[in-house]
Ligand binder design. Sequence first.
Ligand code: BT5
Length: 327
Amino acid sequence: MLSRLAQSDLLRQLEQADSFVSGEQLSGRLGVSRTAVWKRIVALRAAGYGIEALPSRGYRLVRRPDRLAAEQIVAGLPPGGLVGQRVVCLDETGSTNVEAFRLAEGGAVEGTVVLADRQTAGKGRLGRRWASPGGVNLYLSLVLRPTVPPYEAPQLTFLSAVAVARAIEVETGLRPVIKWPNDLLLGRCKVAGLLNEMSAETDRVNFVILGIGVNVNMTREQFPEDLRTPATSLALELGRQVGRNRFAATLLAALDGEYSRFRVDGFAPVRDDWSRYCNAFGRQVTVAVGRQTLQGPFAGIDHDGALLLRLPDGRLERILSGDVSVV
Ligand code: BT5
C-alpha cells in the first residue's frame, strides 16, 4: 500500500502542470524510479482520479473524483503548516469529534485532522444533533494542543469561527456573519456550526478538539424539518456546487494561519477579526442562559471570549455560554 504522502506528492506535480508531464520529469522531481511513478499513478487511478497516459508525452490529470480525499486535501495545503500534518479521511463515523478525541488520547500529533464523508451521530452543542448526510458536506475535527490554561481554551472557538468565515469568503465570495459564539450565517440562515471540546487538568489543557460542520452542497430536502434556526448551504446560496476537498484545504490553511498567529500574538487579533464578521454590535439580542433569558444591546466580546450584554440598569453582564438571537 502506497503512503498518502507519496500519492499527494505526485498529485501536486500533476495539478501544477497545465498539460502532460513526462514520466522522466516526474521521476526526477520526486526523486523516485519511473516504476515507482507508475505505481503511484495506478494508486491514484484506483482512488478515482482520471489520469491520461500517452507513451510519447507522459501523464495528464483529466478528472478529479468527487469524493473526499485526504491526498487531494493535503495537496492543496501550503507546505510546512502545522494544521493538516496528518489527515484522516473516513467514509463514515459516528462523530468526527469522538474519533479525533480518541486519536488525541492516543497521542495524535497537534494538527491532526479527522474528516468523514458522513456522520451517523453528528453532535451539536448541549446534546443536540448535527444533520450529517453523506457526499455533500464537510464534517471535520482538528486536534490542537495549545499551551494555555483551560479557562482560555474557549478562545479557540472564535479562532475557528474566523477561519470558517474566511474560507467561505475566499472560496465563494459570499459574506458570512458570525453569531456568538459558534454559528456562521449567510443572510439569516445557518451554514456552519462549531463544537469545541477539551481534555484538561486543573491548570493545563491536554488537547482541544475543534469540530466544524459546514453545509457545502447540501440540498433543501436534506435538511431536517425541525431545525431551530433556518439553514442553508453554500451550493444553495451560489446556485452551483463547491468542491469539498478544495474547500477543506482552504479551511485548514485558514485554521493554520489563525492558530499560528494566536500562538504568537494571543487572542486580541482573533477577537478583532471575529468582531469584523459579527453584525450584532449595538443590536438588541436575547440570550438564553439555562432557564434564564437576558435581553439588551450586544456590547462585544471580552478579552476571554465572554459575551458582553448591556443590561437595562446599565451594568455589563458577562455571559460565558448560551444561545443568542438578534431581536
Ligand atoms: C452546532 O451546535 O452548531 C455545532 C455543530 C458542530 C458539527 C460538527 S460536524 C464535525 C464535528 N463532529 C461532530 O459530531 N460535530 C462537529 P448547535 O448550536 O447546538 O446547533 C445544533 C442545531 O442546529 C440542531 O439542534 C438543529 O436545530 C440545527 N442543525 C442540525 N443540523 C444542521 C445542519 N446541518 N445545518 C444547520 N443547522 C443544523
